[in-house]
Design a protein around this ligand. Structure first.
Ligand SMILES: Nc1ncnc2c1ncn2[C@@H]1O[C@H](COP(=O)(O)OP(=O)(O)OP(=O)(O)O)[C@@H](O)[C@H]1O
Length: 271
């Protein structure tokens, strides 16, 4: 099944994959025939464990590379050769595993500003300009964590810390936010706040690329769904066409039902 989304944007796509193949230990773990992401689009990537979701986003962030072809398999704004610094400027990344890397006591504001330098906090050699500090506070306000600026990050709840990581990813004002399973490990309150934050960011004009196992994370602002299965693009299209009982059951190979309420979707297993 492959219901491609027709996109009428006339601008250069932000990203284009064409016959992009990633190989590990001699086997292809991801093979994408064709995929295009335009600036301003909000998408969710859904698929079973091991279907290639993390590899897919690492292709976007250039943490993994596809097999070489004469026709470049990955184009970023139409260009094959892109500086990593340009990618980092354009794309902010939040993943649930980033939290495990916070091993030291440091004020929240330092953790957020560390995003400017790719470090855990602000090191002695770093200078944070007034503009960057203002941007850090703007990001924290957007995520509703500005009142935590002086708190030790290790004293925050998992949900609060996750929103601080969102602010950190926003500190350099990227256009695109890649969110890799942002609700993993959160309780219902934490999930509520993170999902509200995703909505706020989309409404503030950021492009959202969300990787998730939960249709509940697919907030109303996300309209396009990319389904991965067995390292291949299983379907790509409008979410209302793909978030169905039949498609989810076929994707995960267990009986599943989708419930829809007020622009949100949830998955119900048949036990
Ligand atoms: N370095 C590697 N060597 C061999 N196989 C790998 C390597 N990295 C990933 N894989 C395999 O590639 C496949 C896709 O992995 P990936 O992490 O992208 O899946 P995923 O959909 O993100 O999984 P999950 O939902 O469990 O996080 C998996 O079968 C994984 O075991």
């Amino acid at each position: 099944m492959n219901t491609r989304l027709s996109h009428s944007a006339k601008t250069q796509p932000l990203l284009h994959f064409a016959e992009a193949v990633v190989v590990r230990s001699g086997n292809p773990i991801l093979s994408i025939d064709s995929f295009t992401l335009h600036e301003g689009e909000n998408i969710a990537i859904l698929g079973p464990n091991g279907s290639g979701k993390s590899t897919f986003i690492k292709l976007i962030t250039r943490e993994v590379f596809p097999l070489h072809r004469d026709d470049p398999p990955v184009l970023f704004r139409g260009s094959e050769r892109v500086l990593l610094s340009d990618i980092k400027k354009c794309i902010g990344v939040v993943s649930s595993t980033m939290q495990d890397q916070i091993t030291v006591h440091l004020p929240v504001i330092d953790a957020v500003c560390g995003g400017l330098f790719g470090t855990l906090g602000i090191l002695p050699q770093h200078t944070v300009s007034d503009h960057s500090m203002a941007q850090a506070y703007r990001a924290m306000e957007l995520l509703d964590v500005a009142d935590l600026a002086d708190r030790d990050i290790k004293t925050l709840s998992t949900g609060q810390a996750r929103r601080v990581l969102f602010a950190r990813a926003l500190v350099h004002d990227p256009q695109v936010l890649v969110l890799d399973e942002p609700c993993t490990g959160l309780d219902p309150e934490g999930m509520f706040h993170v999902r509200q934050s995703i909505r706020a960011l989309a409404q503030a004009g950021k492009s959202i690329v969300l990787v998730t196992h939960y249709p509940e994370d697919i907030v109303p602002e996300i309209t396009r769904l990319v389904l991965l299965k067995g390292g291949r693009l299983y379907a790509d299209g409008p979410k209302e066409e793909l978030l169905t009982d039949a498609t989810m059951t076929a994707l995960f190979e267990v009986p599943l039902q989708i419930q829809r309420r007020g622009g949100y979707y949830s998955l119900v297993s048949e036990y």
